[in-house]
Design a protein around this ligand. Structure first.
Ligand SMILES: Cc1cc2nc3c(=O)[nH]c(=O)nc-3n(C[C@H](O)[C@H](O)[C@H](O)COP(=O)(O)OP(=O)(O)OC[C@H]3O[C@@H](n4cnc5c(N)ncnc54)[C@H](O)[C@@H]3O)c2cc1C
Length: 333
């Protein structure tokens, strides 16, 4: 990456556009802007496509490759559905081919200045820019259980792979795709899995090829599933739950709380973006242009949906890039 990853110092010259977030949508925005002759820097607090780096090992995307493509670059894969590793390679190649200026492992803290003369303040310095595109996704702030003991070291909101859990009691909390896939992988790798579900059933939104697999493993008793069950406390003896039949303590060598994620609202506030008072706490933006209440500051990708994190994903969020880039190019006069 060295040929296009400028050091913070080298990239500190003013730019036209700062993209916050080097996810698939942030990269799509950056290359669309750059192709219109504007100077752009992409700032990410982590690695390139940091969210995907954090996804489970060998995770299979639901989307076929052409629906994940950005910038017109073909996404060749040997698989009908790409793996996480394919996507990591693909987005790296795109960023490299476009010679995007990347400032990685640099966290954006806030936005200062006025329209046309903004300063993005990071934990490494300041970056003068005329426009800002916020493409910060949703994967950094988990929906916490909110119970005593949830800071326990054997509880994680992020699942990677099952191999450390052979012969272990693992409690998986959640009823959607991530929880379903983790429970299936874990049981097949030799863990004793208890699935804790707050509602009445495994979500209907679980993909049609995963849901019956999980339901059959539950029916045959390989996965124990507790419905209408809430976590009360992570205690020394295990996970204390309240089931319809009363309280129970589940043995747990490890706990995966796969209960979803939410945008970083404190960051949005620090960037001066207001949020609606609707159920999704939608970041205020024009639905046509994606410009926020702060002139020259745009939202793109998953963050646009607020708490409705499945409203925008790579397939549809990548199209925000051309709209925003055209708007920025046009607003230059
Ligand atoms: C398990 C799983 C499977 C999925 N499968 C699919 C699929 O098959 N098809 C599909 O279309 N979508 C899928 N999605 C959804 C998709 O991955 C996301 O919608 C997508 O990553 C959103 O892209 P984005 O660029 O908007 O945000 P992200 O990819 O989340 O990128 C946001 C970036 O912003 C950075 N950032 C956050 N805060 C700061 C800060 N303060 N300063 C600097 N940088 C910051 C983060 O580090 C991150 O790199 C899946 C999601 C998950 C969790």
């Amino acid at each position: 990456m060295s040929e296009h990853t400028n050091s913070a110092a080298a990239a500190a010259a003013p730019v036209d556009v700062v993209v916050i977030g080097a996810g698939p949508v942030g990269l799509a925005c950056a290359l669309e802007v750059q192709r219109r002759g504007l100077r752009v820097a992409v700032v990410d607090k982590g690695a390139l496509v940091n969210s995907l780096v954090g996804y489970p090992t060998n995770m299979e995307f639901f989307s076929t490759p052409e629906l994940l493509e950005i910038g017109g670059y073909p996404f060749p894969t040997a698989h009908y559905k790409p793996l996480r590793e394919d996507a990591l390679d693909y987005y790296r190649r795109v960023a490299q081919s476009e010679k995007l200026t990347l400032r990685l492992y640099e966290r954006v803290l806030r936005l200062e200045g006025e329209p046309g003369a903004y300063e993005v303040v990071t934990d490494k310095g300041r970056l003068a820019t005329r426009f800002v595109i916020i493409a910060t996704g949703f994967f950094d702030v988990p929906n916490r259980l909110g119970v005593p003991g949830e800071e326990a070291a054997h509880l994680s909101y992020y699942y990677k792979e099952p191999y450390a859990h052979v012969g272990q009691h693992v409690v998986v909390v959640g009823a959607k795709n991530s929880a379903a896939k983790a429970a299936l992988q874990l049981v097949r790798a030799g863990a004793q899995v208890t699935l804790v579900v707050r509602g009445a059933a495994v979500s209907e939104s679980v993909k049609y090829w995963i849901r019956p697999d999980l339901l059959n493993r539950i029916a045959e008793g390989r996965i124990r599933a507790l419905f209408h069950t809430t976590i009360q406390r992570i205690g020394p003896a295990g996970v204390e739950v309240l089931t319809p039949d009363g309280p129970e303590t589940l043995p747990a060598d490890f706990i995966y709380a796969l209960t979803g994620y939410r945008p970083d609202y404190s960051l949005l506030a620090a960037l001066g973006v207001a949020c609606q008072e609707d159920a999704a706490r939608t970041p205020t933006h024009d639905a046509e242009t994606f410009e926020t209440n702060r002139p020259g500051v745009y939202v793109a990708g998953t963050v646009c949906g607020g708490l409705n994190t499945s409203r925008w994903f790579i397939e549809n969020g990548r199209h925000h890039a051309a709209v925003i880039a055209a708007r920025i190019a046009a607003s230059q006069g």
